[in-house]
Design a protein around this ligand. Structure first.
Ligand SMILES: [Zn+2]
Length: 278
């Protein structure tokens, strides 16, 4: 079913499944697909949603709208709702209408908007996205064709982190990014971070801005959760859950203990254990 999908589109589906499992949902719904898109394709979503605040506020709205149940293992293959199946069908139609051979994240975004009554479409419309305008943008030759580029067949290996099946190619890309530099990682409890907020509600971690008291307000400890930069495991302040409460940081990024020990502290996991996929 996903043969024509680009790597990014496939990862979007992968993350949609992950999001659904984190909400304990028995199905993958349109809003999980949207969250998958927001995680996977920042170039696309930043271009149309513009601010990080928009992404954070979408997540908040979805959290408010969902009944959070016990998390489901990501190894369980959650089914798509009928609504979601229509979104994928529309994505394929949209690609065809644009004469694109492959189905990319931009087509998934169009698919979400075309399923007008779904929650994801509502969230996108609230932020000013209109399907006609997007179609025009994607039809322009100047739109980066990377979104529609076919992907080479990649060899994948079964990989589990925190007991969940992960996309080995995605993880390998993240790990390689971190191994490029000789970072000094140190173990540390994760602590809520201070933020400054400007008059328009835009946020920044640069707390030195708060010296401009007329323009910025400092809000102490208001950033309450981070994600492992490799596997997206949640990190937050916690004394009784060390796997969430303690991580490793290079001063900029955070990784969970499992990722640090598997991928960063020793020899290259992918090169040493799985030479066939490097
Ligand atoms: Zn991790």
């Amino acid at each position: 079913m996903f043969e024509r999908y680009t790597e990014k589109a496939r990862r979007t589906i992968f993350f949609a499944r992950y999001e659904a499992s984190q909400f304990g949902s028995p199905y993958i719904e349109s809003e999980h697909l949207l969250l998958g898109l927001l995680r996977e394709d920042k170039v696309l979503t930043n271009r149309f949603l513009r601010s990080y605040g928009a992404v954070a506020s979408i997540r908040k709205q979805i959290e408010g709208h969902s009944t959070v149940r016990e998390k489901v293992s990501t190894s369980i293959d959650l089914p798509l709702t009928d609504e979601c199946k229509r979104v994928l069908k529309y994505a394929s139609d949209e690609a065809e209408q644009l004469s694109h051979k492959h189905i990319g994240t931009e087509h998934l975004m169009l698919g979400l908007l075309r399923e007008e009554r779904c929650f994801a479409a509502e969230l996108l419309r609230e932020r000013g996205l209109a399907i006609e305008q997007l179609r025009e943008e994607f039809a322009k030759a100047t739109w980066p064709s990377e979104f529609s580029r076919p992907i080479p067949k990649l060899r994948r290996i079964p990989l589990e982190i925190h007991g969940c099946a992960m996309d080995s190619e995605y993880i390998r890309g993240r790990v390689n990014g971190f191994r490029k530099f000789k970072w000094h990682w140190h173990k540390s409890p994760w602590k809520a971070r201070d933020l400054v907020v400007d008059k328009d509600g835009k946020i920044s971690f640069d707390v030195t801005l708060s010296a401009e008291t007329q323009n910025f307000t400092l809000i102490q400890g208001s950033w309450k959760e981070d994600r492992c930069a490799i596997c997206h495991w949640e990190l937050y302040e916690s004394k009784d859950k060390p796997d969430h409460g303690i991580g490793h940081t290079n001063g900029r990024d955070w990784v969970c203990t499992e990722c640090y020990e598997t991928f960063l502290s020793g020899p290259d996991f992918f090169a040493s254990i799985h030479p066939e996929i490097t």
